[in-house]
Design a binder for this molecule. Sequence first.
Ligand code: JHZ
Ligand code: SAH
Ligand code: ZN
Length: 405
Amino acid sequence: MCRCLICETQIKSFMSFGRMPLGNGFLAPENYSKEYFFDMDAAFCEKCKMFQLTQQPDEEQMFHENYAFFSGTSVFMAKHFQEFAEDVIKNYLQSDPFVVELGSNDGIMLKNFADRGIRHLGVEPSNNVAEAARKKGIECITEFFNEDLAEKIVKEKGQADAFLAANVMCHIPYLHSVVKGIATLLKPNGIVMFEDPYLGDVFQKTSYDQIYDEHTFLFSATSIQYLFGVHGLELIDVIHQETHGGSMRYVLSHKGARAVSDGVKNQLDFEKSFKLDQSASYLQFKQNCERSREELVALLKDLKSQGKRVAGYGATSKSTTILNYCGIGPDLIEYISDTTPIKQGKYTPGAHIPVKPYDEFKGNYPDYAVLFAWNHAKEIMAKEQDFLHSGGKWIVFVPKVEVLD
Ligand code: JHZ
Ligand code: SAH
Ligand code: ZN
């Protein structure tokens, strides 16, 4: 038993994924002996409806000066954040605006504000990715956001017209402090817009690889409305996104400051009808995960027995959950190709599969490639036509395990 991170109700995990390393803990063999592991268990709180991990590593262990994930590795995501920023600029900024982004990483979103000379600030604790942003002329501070930092920002820079975040809110266990900070930072008619992987998509697609150390929570409109409501902020719109395999953008303002769209009620109704608010659904989800694991392992073992060469495509954080939960190692997957320099030459967390540069894949295609970066399928399929033409086949596991050729 433990306490819900949001409402402090006693909760119990419904599923254990077993011992897990850091999702982004790519490492060299000399560090295997001190590799960090934790028990990754998931729980659902019946009261506030929040899906959460029951324990996770300290934030400094995950986010630091050697953080492995650079947002700019996807061209599609750069376009997504350009459109996101343009919507904010067109619809929510007034004269001499100030925009704050949490988890600004290499500046993929803020670049669009900086290039237009809009006053902005990124809050980014991982200094290597923050440095990449600074090189593009983006202002950012190497800090973890919380209520104290929010007060400091208001004193030094004033309140914000727009508070933005993508794929970071769900990473922070102390969300009450964060949301309190947002309420302090936001102008009376300011706008909050953030997006994260959507619990409904994870359920529908059995995309259990969205569960790993960095993802403390999987949000729904129901759980977000509860959490922000505690701090006087109101959910005024929800906009579903295709990114990261299905995300939700939540739009909020100070309570009463703006009209609430019908979309909010529709989404809350959907979540009820889809039974996202009931514990029993989580047992079904657990069974779906187990079945997906069995099918993937059986497929890889079968290909191995046929002497086929299998590689991975995209050394994602998500793949850490797949590889460790399924017990897949270098015996079944030769290497994983990835375009991120900091990951190359290292080994995947826990499973210790070598991560190789993209040239390794391009220069000598394997028979099969497991698409670990399945959320970028459109972008990847479009540029990897040659792989298929040369007889290569994709292995996907979301929404179901299958071979595509
Ligand atoms: P990708 C990370 O998750 C971690 P990951 C984090 N917790 C999160 O929530 C999301 O990002 C936002 C490579 N790649 O985006 C680059 C290619 O090699 O699915 C990346 O290493 N070739 C913050 O790690 C990985 O794949 C390509 O053509 O699960 C993709 O990682 C493309 C497009 C990517 O995020
Ligand atoms: N927004 C980008 C990056 C997501 S990666 C995108 O969607 O692609 C998540 C980022 O959040 C990491 O760069 C990490 O260092 C940062 N982060 C983690 N905890 C944070 C906190 N408490 N405050 C601000 N940023 C945080
Ligand atoms: Zn709760």
